[in-house]
Design a binder for this molecule. Structure first.
Ligand SMILES: [Zn+2]
Ligand SMILES: [Zn+2]
Length: 368
């Protein structure tokens, strides 16, 4: 039996349940969870914006220790410290073959089914299957994931910090380094100072941007962005963000604008504050039915690049260890990203804080 936070009905609080957990099958790994972050993607599911099979164990940004491996597993063994990769790519689909494991078609199918690659799940309650979000199901004392989802990491980084690399750090830093490829001396704007936004800011600083404008509506978080490399802040509750960015860039707009909230209005803002021939990068996740309004004439006349990024366009087996090396070298900040730590039983308090925008990242710490 394992204790896990389970979503039974959309819009309702998660329930703490004792679930049965079957043994790992071929190519699967059992992980004893140590820490898991509360991400907006989990919250989207709670609200019913990404319809998935229920009941469901949420959580995908996590780290833990391998406890047992199934037959055929070669890349990890019991005792290894691992970070969960929520896009366990197949290596065989057209996107994997193109070198874009972030867009793996097989992994995307698993998101929809809430299962492991064999179409079943190892969690059950009263003999009925309980599904697992993004093959992870990280809000559980123990979980079983595909081998590709358990990325071995160095042992000297605390689990709570390593967990962040799984989603928010990979997504934010990756958006800058892999998707935008921000060049030294560039100007950058970042809309949304949350777990991902802070990592876009420190990614831009790492890339040598000369001007980094942080935009949010919570003053305390804006003040904190300066310690991550922001050179200017704009409180979008007090002034129009697009005008403010144009004022700060001699009326041109920024070379790169990132949207890390997931709202159509702020996505349009990001586009409108990008200079001609600059790049707009959408990182925030909107609901599937939403559309963004963009001036049609500006598309040819301003020649901007509008793109998006999933998993920071990363390759987790390579990039998670690299990001942790950057942390160990003092080039990435992880500690200040954690605003609050919760026990699994307090998970609904964590989601309430996430909803109110007060946390950068809330984290579940699992008991020994
Ligand atoms: Zn996430
Ligand atoms: Zn694939």
């Amino acid at each position: 039996m394992v204790k896990a936070a389970v979503l039974h009905h959309y819009g309702e609080p998660l329930a703490i349940e004792e679930l049965d957990l079957a043994a790992p099958r071929f190519g699967e790994v059992k992980v004893k969870m140590k820490a898991a972050g509360l991400c907006h993607s989990d919250w989207h599911v709670v609200q019913g914006q990404l319809p998935l099979p229920l009941p469901l164990v949420l959580g995908h940004e996590g780290a833990g220790i391998v406890e047992e491996v199934g037959e055929g597993v070669t890349s990890v063994q019991a005792g290894d410290h691992v970070v969960l990769n929520w896009v366990p790519s197949c290596g065989r689909c057209p996107y994997c073959r193109l070198g874009r494991p972030d867009l793996c078609e097989a992994a995307a199918r698993l998101t929809a089914t809430g299962t492991l690659p064999d179409g079943t799940t190892r969690f059950s309650l009263g003999g009925k299957p309980v599904y697992q979000f993004l093959t992870a199901g990280a809000f559980s004392e123990r979980t079983i994931v595909p081998e590709q989802a358990a990325i071995p990491i160095r042992r000297d980084v605390p689990f709570e910090l390593a967990a962040l690399v799984s989603c928010s750090v990979m997504t934010g830093v990756g958006a800058v380094i892999h998707a935008a490829r921000v060049r030294p001396g560039s100007t950058v704007a970042v809309i949304g100072a949350g777990g991902v936004g802070f990592n876009i800011i420190q990614g831009a600083a790492l890339a040598g941007a000369k001007q980094i404008i942080a935009i949010d509506i919570v003053e305390e978080k804006l003040t904190m962005t300066k310690t991550f490399g922001a050179t200017h802040t704009v409180n979008a509750g007090d002034e129009d963000a697009v005008s403010a960015v144009l004022d700060l860039t001699d009326g041109l707009g920024v070379d790169y604008a990132f949207e890390a909230i997931g709202r159509p209005e702020t996505m349009a803002d990001a586009y409108n504050m990008t200079r001609k021939a600059g790049m707009t990068v959408i990182v925030g996740i909107a609901a599937p039915h939403e559309t963004v309004e963009i001036n049609a004439f500006s598309l040819p006349s301003q020649a901007k690049t509008l793109t998006g990024v999933w998993l920071g366009q990363g390759n987790p087996p390579v990039d998670y260890p690299k990001l942790l090396d950057l942390y160990a070298a003092g080039k990435l900040k992880l500690e200040p990203l954690i605003s609050a730590v919760y026990a699994l039983e307090q998970i609904n308090d964590g989601f309430a804080a996430l909803k109110s925008g007060q946390n950068i990242r809330g984290l579940i710490r699992f008991e020994e």
